[in-house]
Design a protein. Structure first.
Length: 412
């Protein structure tokens, strides 16, 4: 049976491989590393369906000068990387036009609205329904001033009908006792559940895929053999080839270099993020928390709690700067005064980031049989099952349940 090659075994590629397999396709999943060692290894584990707001929105621009001047601010651009970032940044600018922001909000909301419709049956089919927590996420505010600064976000969620509940005073500590009394107001997003271990989810999905006959190949994809306007085979470093009559490119932040090999450049950058996994935190938590004014997130995970966030624009090759992870832990302690962070490990990962925040999900505009699933930014875990569903429909020739125009590869 002719096979489909899925390039990249992060959460997006593994989800697509499993989805195609359960639709009866013969699939080979290719990665140069072990599955799940990219961005999908250490994300904040959140099914963050309320976090689709475009990064180019006016409230971000308003804060950008302050953030960029603060070495501990939530966004940092390494000066030496600035020249390489300029073309991406100009597109980011373009994505901040008010009409564009509205369209991008809608494109994110359409995906987020259907996340559980796709995710729950997907996890059930994989026998992994128990990876999801029951509790949602609390967004924290010390006072009305901080809350007002996040009002635009809440207003967009209200417009698109995302569930949330405002809590004040001790009602917050009633559901999350580890929080400081400095937090006077919170918004509970009950549907922002989390997975217990995002890396283990990738590994478990890969194991199911292989147990059901899926093939896994280790190799660095360096080229494509083309035929009749499409692709006939994948070329690996060292010269080996793998036949494929269809190809799905989902190599996270590295998909840009694969797309260039196909003469189909995409403006993909990496927004580097950090986490600290605290094995013995000395507190227990039920919900994940975000504190917008302090720009960090904490998620209870299997094996302790995870503190993370931040955006660093420095490309794919620069060494990590773990001072950024330490800043986040310091801020987390402001929210969780009894948090102990001695027993911890730090990590940096490459979010695949497009300048308009919306992922690319769809066919190549140039090559028959080639599909892209990349640029999921801060929401790759959240969007994984939905992306797999949409790519599955496209490959099967079934009309997808949503209009895929906002996610097309040639929109830039
Ligand atoms: C700090 C942080 C927190 C985050 N928190 C969340 C969150 O709470 N919720 C959420 O939904 N998302 C979150 N994200 C985003 C999410 O992790 C990413 O969007 C997602 O992991 C991207 O998955 P991917 O499969 O596209 O890429 P990756 O996981 O990076 O996988 C890409 C794979 O492609 C392989 N590859 C690359 N090039 C080649 C090649 N040439 N040949 C062969 N293989 C290749 C790599 O080895 C890798 O395994 C977070 C990210 C970070 C960094």
């Amino acid at each position: 049976m002719p096979q489909i090659a899925v390039v990249g075994a992060g959460i997006i590629g593994v989800a697509i491989a499993f989805e195609l397999q359960r639709r009866g396709e013969s699939v080979v999943l290719i990665d140069r590393d072990a599955p799940g060692k990219g961005a999908s290894f250490g994300n904040m584990a959140s099914i963050a369906i309320t976090e689709f707001m475009p990064a180019s929105r006016p409230s971000v621009w308003a804060q950008m000068p302050k953030w960029l001047l603060d070495p501990e601010g939530p966004v940092r651009v390494r000066p030496g990387y600035l020249p390489r970032l300029t073309p991406w940044f100009l597109r980011f600018l373009e994505a901040s036009r008010p009409s564009r922001v509205k369209a991008l909000e809608a494109a994110g909301a359409v995906l987020c609205s259907r996340v559980y419709e796709d995710l729950l049956p997907f996890l059930k089919a994989a026998g992994l329904s128990d990876v999801l927590s029951e509790e949602g996420c609390l967004s924290l505010y010390t006072d009305e001033v901080e809350f007002a600064a996040d009002r635009e976000h809440i207003a967009v969620l209200e417009r698109f009908g995302f569930r949330h509940e405002v809590l004040v005073g001790n009602a917050i500590r009633d559901i999350e006792p580890a929080l400081t009394t400095r937090i006077g107001k919170a918004v509970l997003f009950p549907e922002n559940r989390s997975v217990r271990d995002p890396y283990k989810l990738v590994v478990s999905l890969t194991e199911r895929f292989q147990a059901l006959g899926g093939k896994m190949e280790t190799g660095d994809v360096t080229g494509f053999e083309r035929l009749d306007g499409g692709v006939r085979a994948i070329r690996l470093k060292g010269g080996r080839t793998i036949d494929a009559f269809r190809v799905v490119l989902c190599a996270g932040a590295y998909t840009g270099s694969l797309a260039r090999l196909l003469d189909e450049p995409i403006p993909l950058e990496t927004e580097r993020g950090y986490h600290t996994q605290i094995m013995t935190p000395g507190i227990s938590m039920r919900h994940s928390i975000i504190w917008p004014a302090k720009a960090f997130m904490v998620t209870p995970t299997a094996g302790g709690i995870r503190v993370g966030g931040t955006v660093e624009m420095a490309g794919l090759d620069a060494a990590p700067d773990f001072r950024r992870a330490k800043v986040l832990v310091r801020r987390a302690k402001e929210a969780l005064p009894d948090l102990q962070a001695a027993d911890a490990s730090e990590w940096m990962g490459h979010r695949p980031a497009l300048p308009d925040t919306v992922p690319i999900i769809g066919p190549s505009a140039k090559h028959a049989g080639v599909f892209y699933a990349t640029g999921h930014g801060h929401l790759g875990l959240t969007y994984a099952a939905t992306t797999a569903r949409l790519i599955g429909d496209l490959i099967a020739g079934i009309a997808p349940p949503i209009d895929l125009k906002p996610y097309r590869v040639d929109r830039f």
